[in-house]
Design a binder for this molecule. Sequence first.
Ligand code: FES
Length: 156
Amino acid sequence: MERITSSNECHCLDRRGLLQGALALSGLPGLCCRTPEAPPASVTHAGCSIIIDLEKAPELRRVGAARAVVEIDRKVNIIVAHPEKHRWVALDRSCTHGGAQVTYNHRRRTLQCTSLNHAEYNLAGALLHGRTHGDLRAYRVRLAGSRLEIVLEPKP
Ligand code: FES
């Protein structure tokens, strides 16, 4: 049986093939393969940056956590992960192969596509394996007090 903690951390990736087969039959994405969204009240904008107030998104303070920021009108669809103390990463959430959403795998410190082709990217967005059309775009992230600033310009 799939185990999902109260923090939504995924523990089923090792059984991914089995799960994906079942999910493919059902046509549904896996419960563990969705990244919860950051609370809308925690997200604001400043110029071309997104600001996440960690006071309003406390889950992102936990090492191993990840949250999505999705704003269709602004064409924003990113994943923010906290892989180690004092370090956050932010990357595009749509796989460059077919646009399926990636999720954060804390055990492997990678981003994994939820589609059956299973592309995997490192936390800089570089493709590790899979047939895709390139790397994921990664964004600069810095912490100022309790505010996480994500600069929506590609890293140089
Ligand atoms: S959409 Fe990600 S591997 Fe195909």
